[in-house]
Ligand binder design. Sequence first.
Ligand code: HEM
Length: 471
Amino acid sequence: MLSWLQQPVNFREVLSDEAFEPAHAEYYSGPPGKPLKLLLQARTDFLSIWRATDYAEKVSQIRILGRQVVLVNSPELIRQVVVKRHENFERKSPQMRRALEYLLGDGLFISDGETWKQRRGLVADIVHMNRVPSFGPIMEKTAGELVERWAGIPEGQTLNVLHEMAGLTAEIISRSVFGNQLGEDSANAVTDSFTSYQSLIDSINLGYFIGFDEGLPVLRTPSLRRSVKRLHRIIDKVVEDHLAGRGDHNSMVELLIRRQQRSPELKLDVVALRNEAATIFMAGHETTAATLTWAWYLLSRAPWVERAVHAELDRVCGGRAPTIDDVPRLEWCKAVIEESLRLYPPVPILARQNKQADTIGDIDVAPGSLILIVPWLLHRTPSLFTAPHEFRPERFMGGKRPTPYSYIPFASGPRVCPGLHFGLTEAVLCLAILAQRFRVRVAETHKVEPMCRLTLRPRGGLPVTLERRAA
Ligand code: HEM
């Protein structure tokens, strides 16, 4: 509906012998001063609405149906929003809250105020960097199982590597959160329900733009209800099993329950425990799956980088499979993941709603406005990154780091992703384990189109073939 109003999106990809500019939408060139048209365009594809002039260090604003929308794209002002004035900007956008409330209830991802403060420490402790090594064996074993499965696939057969990576990271987070007892059917049901939930919700809450500060509730269609009910039933059963002492002792649900038993003032009942478990599950797998998928695409088109990755794996690991202890020495693998996160941040938009009136740069912001920080734009701003559209993992090597607050794939400030170390370690390790044994090939003729829903993925997935490397 209304698609006739939208500008068709053209994608650009440029490959030469030693340089690669991976796929991105051409700059928007629709007529200026048509915010409603822009909103409709954003509804289909949020990444196709940016003009060349938006890729600059600045703060700007537009009005959409009377609603003030402020775009913050300068490191210093981003620091102001996410750190210095965090309390005023900690609230997620009505769009995000409404889209996820049915699924996650008051889970950390969308809570704010006192609930967020109380729960943040709890969840952050559970996925803290000190705990990451204890999940190493799960990551190694699960990636190892995928190596076995891939080894049985005939060369030349096409796979959707987005689907493969989603299965891998869902299995890792499922075993980490719920323990090993979930069982294959329930694990698949959990993953399917999350996927179908995402596809059923709208990407823009029009209610907010027509005057409802809190947005409007998402329409709970029968299929949406079915996926949520199925998911809640499975997670509740895991929580109840753990409460009855029948759970896996190393799982994150077990850690949540132990924390509740030590601090009963947190008042975590079964529903609260479910909400936090579902939050960690949701936040902790799609993002990593998208990161790995983009990394395969980039490596496939830049064989000079792929060669460096393979040389590093041969040097560091010899013939044995990489383990979590190797991660600190896998500098190329880490740089490929960091560069993938720059070019294709899995969460390409951080949207907030300010509580009180405020000022950002020279813009006065009315209460309840929409504040957008767009890592997609920031990470491709030429004054912050040389040749910003090009794939150059070297920019993260030899101790080089981007300007503070110019590189924020995990957000920043008090609401920074608590799973940062888990996610980075998992992505580097899975890339290393799979790249040691396979080259993942995207057909030269395949047109890759980045698409933004809740996360940034290639439209229609990423069809690939596998080539074995000598073990
Ligand atoms: C490459 C992987 C990942 C990326 C790029 C990523 C990115 C992000 C970003 C950008 C946010 C903030 C969103 C916003 O402010 O609107 C976030 C929040 C969050 N992430 Fe991650 N994440 C990743 C992996 C993980 C993992 C593995 C876990 C858990 C094990 C996790 C758990 C969470 C949670 C619970 C929040 C909500 C935090 C809060 O609101 O206080 N993430 N993530």
